[in-house]
Structure formats: C-alpha cells, structure tokens
Design a protein around this ligand. Structure first.
Ligand SMILES: O=C(O)C1=C[C@@H](OP(=O)(O)O)[C@@H](O)[C@H](O)C1
Ligand SMILES: C=C(OP(=O)(O)O)C(=O)O
Length: 437
C-alpha cells in the first residue's frame, strides 16, 4: 500500500485509450469457459477483479492464458467441462466474480465453495442465492454472506421478478438458466446493464427481450447446442472514463479525447447527468464493437450546475456516485442523490465513505439514508484522506486532489487497479502531477 500525493492541476490535455470494460471482460471469461472452443479477448481488462475471475476459472479446470497485458485466451470446455475445485474458490474482492459464478456453479455436478477477502465477505449474497433456489439450486450462505457453499443440482426454469435492480443477480440467473430444463424468465423494473444478454445472443443462445409498461421481460431458452466461442475486442470502460471526464471538466482550460469508450445505454446514466449539469462533451464516431455501442468522447472544462438524481437513473450510473460527488462539490447549487441505498453494500458503504472523505477536504456534504446532499461550489483544501481500500473512492479522491488547494495525500491508490490498472499513468499523460511513495 503506497500513499500518493496529488497536486492541484492547472490543465489536462491529450488523447487516451482506456483499458477494457470490467463487466464485459468478466463475462468474456466466464462465457468463454462454457463455450465449445477458444475465445480470444483483446483489450481485456487485466484488473484485480477480472484476474480474480481468471483465477477462479483455473481452479475449475479451465485454461485461461494471458499472453500479454491486454489479451485473454480462454480454452472453453463446453457446458459440462468444469472440474470440481480442490479448494474454496477465491473471488478476492470482486462481487461480479462471486455472484456470476454462483449462477454457473449452481448447475454443475459437484460441490463448490466461493470465498474472498474480508471486503467481499461483508457484501450481501442472499440476493443471488434466493432466486437461484427457486430454480432448484442448493446454496448455503453464512447468514447471508460468503463463504457460499453450492451443491450442484438439475435446475428448472422459473419466472422471477428481480427484487434488487442488479445486473449481477440477473446474470447469475441467466447463467443458471442455460442449464435449466425449461425457459427462465426475468422481470426487471429498472433496466440494469445488459452485457450478459448481448454476449449470450452473440454466442447463439436464444434470448428474447421485450418491454412493456416499463418492465423488461427477459426469457432465456436453454440451448440444445454448444455455445459458440467468440473473438472480441472489449470497448473501453465507461466507468473508468468517468474519472477522466470529471477531471477534465474541473481542471481549468482542459481538453481531452477518450477513444473507443463503451456507450451502452444501460451504462451511461452519468453522461446524461453531466449534460444536465452543463458539461461540454461531444460524442464522436459512434460504432459497434463486440456487439456493444462505442464512441470517442471529447470533453472540455465546463461550468457545472447542481442536479437531482433519483429513480432508475441511479441504476444506470451505480458505480459513478463517488466521482459524481466530487463534481457536485464544484457545481453551483444543491446536488441531491436519492434512492441510492444500494451504494451502502458496494466495496465500502459508498455513502458513508464518500461523505466522510469529502468532508475532510472541505466539501459541504451531508449523508442521507439513501444518498447525500452537496452544496457547491466550495474550495477544497488538500489534506490526508483515505480510500478505505475502495478503488472508485481512491480515483475520486485523486480527482478531488487535482482541484483542491495544496497537496492531497491518499493513503492507498493501489486498489485503483481493481478496476483501472494504469490509472495514474493515464492521468500523468494528461498532465496531472503526483508523487507516489
Ligand atoms: O454486473 C456487473 O458487471 C456489475 C454490476 C453492478 O453491480 P450490481 O449488480 O450489484 O448492481 C456494478 O456495481 C458492478 O461494478 C458490476
Ligand atoms: C461494485 C463494483 O464491483 P463488484 O460488485 O464486482 O465488486 C465496482 O466495480 O464498483
């Protein structure tokens, strides 16, 4: 754990490419493992979380090769190719790894245990175990938390309404549904990210999606043929782009272009909010990559206004609240976030930790049960702060450090590599100044 000292920044400028999307990289590995043949993933995200998925798959007998720092090759063994793991499978700090694997393992003919680091053992797992049980799965959690013990079963189809608007829960059900004896249908009131549906469709799985009266109905027909392996290039991660966008909006006289960013509509609620705040961001060269929409984003320094965020929009920007809070400290007026209590069960309680650390920097921010309120603009002052080991908070505090007067010392930025390895190098290439001990 090495502290980083960040200095106030006068200008950010340049063009950057970002590492691949985290959600898509996880799914490419997991689905590649059950495809029949070799899946090649370029612009793969070699982050702590995605490497946890690679490690877990190796424990399950799947060969995953990383020939260079941004390529993954998965030697898929088909729907029934997993090997019974010899020890508990370590999902490290990755919620996506643990929840999606729970769905896959629920249908395998062996018993397996999923565990992880302390941070992950504090996150709720009944949300995924409970709907899977309705499909016949045999899953034990420890009072709702991991370690999770899964005894594989023959699964049945079911019609399930998602209680928690979570793409991880939805994906776990869809992965289990591949193995069920009849179709599985899911009803989603707030649309969550749909990368699993897109990738399954590209692999030849029959997946039907309709929308009526604001409810999305997703039906997966269990395949009777092997899943097709894919050759995909992963789009840049919009959730990583969010930090660059915020930094360029706040640092004076900045102009930054971010190439090949995923702009899947289920992921870019933060962009909608930025436009509402008055951000100058241009979307250029829209195209399709790996069955996902991508574009280049061009951003310039902008005067920002406060916003109110609530309802379904929260789901479409669930990982962007720490950085939104930093922006709101510099926006004119009162920013209000409601309906976001889900933030309390992420890597940290992201309502409590964001409020605590931004207060230290001099922000006028108050905690609410389901969000926070921020009054801006306020001059932030550099001081020692803590990321609490949460990658998104760490990167948000770095961006806050770029606008704070003086020096901001962040106790641990290594955790940024859970989702955005190379974050500091990218920021430095744009003109940010920092010292790492
Ligand atoms: O499915 C995914 O890849 C993810 C879904 C979201 O979690 P929830 O499903 O818990 O909302 C998100 O916060 C996480 O970073 C990645
Ligand atoms: C919540 C996150 O990831 P996960 O749930 O996979 O740990 C995140 O990346 O912010």
């Amino acid at each position: 754990m090495s502290p980083v000292r960040v200095f106030q920044c006068s200008r950010l400028e340049g063009t950057v490419y970002l590492p691949g999307d985290k959600s898509i990289s996880h799914r490419a590995l997991l689905l590649g493992a059950i495809a029949q043949g070799t899946t090649t993933v370029s612009n793969f995200l070699p982050s702590g979380d995605c490497l946890a998925t690679a490690g877990a798959l190796r424990d399950l007998g799947i060969e995953v090769v990383l020939p260079d720092s941004h390529t993954a090759i998965v030697h898929g063994r088909g729907l029934r190719g997993f090997r019974c793991p010899e020890k508990p499978v370590n999902c490290v700090r990755s919620g996506t790894t643990m929840r999606l694997l729970t769905g896959l393992l629920a249908a395998q003919p062996f018993e397996s245990t999923l565990t992880g680091e302390e941070q992950l053992l504090r996150r709720p797992m009944e949300r995924v175990a409970s709907p899977l049980r309705q499909m016949g799965a045999h899953i034990c959690t420890m009072n709702g938390y991991a370690p999770i013990i899964i005894t594989g079963q023959n699964l049945r189809g079911a019609c399930l309404a998602l209680d928690v608007p979570s793409a991880q829960v939805k994906s776990a059900i869809l992965l289990a549904g591949i193995y069920a004896d009849s179709p599985a249908t899911l009803l989603e009131a707030a649309p969550t990210r749909d990368h699993t549906e897109r990738m399954l469709g590209a692999m030849g799985v029959n997946i039907d999606i309709r929308e009526s009266k604001g409810i999305r109905e997703i039906t997966l027909i269990p395949p009777t043929h092997p899943l097709l392996p894919l050759e995909i290039k992963v789009p840049g991660d919009f959730s990583s782009a969010a930090f660059i966008l915020a930094a360029a909006l706040l640092a004076p006289q900045s102009r930054v272009r971010i190439k090949d960013v995923g702009i899947n509509p289920t992921r870019i609620g933060f962009l909608d909010v930025l436009y509402q705040m008055g951000a100058d961001i241009r979307i250029a060269g829209e195209r399709i990559m790996a069955n996902e929409p991508v574009a280049d984003l061009e951003v310039q320094t902008s005067e920002l206004e406060a916003v109110e965020i609530k309802g379904d929009l929260v789901v479409r920007m669930i990982d962007e609240f720490p950085i939104l809070a930093v922006l709101a400290t510099q926006a004119r007026g009162r920013t209000i976030v409601r309906d976001a209590s889900e933030l309390r069960v992420k890597e940290t309680d992201r309502i409590a930790t964001v409020v605590k650390e931004l207060k230290r920097l001099g922000a006028r921010i108050e905690e609410r049960p389901d969000g926070f309120e921020i009054w801006g603009p306020s001059q932030l002052r550099g001081i020692p702060v803590s990321s609490h080991g949460d990658h998104r908070l760490a990167m948000s505090l770095f961006v806050a450090g770029l606008v704070a007067q003086g020096e901001t010392v962040i106790d641990d930025l290594d955790c940024a590599a859970d989702s955005f390895p190379g974050f500091l190098t990218v920021m430095q290439s744009l003109g940010a100044h920092y010292v790492q001990y």
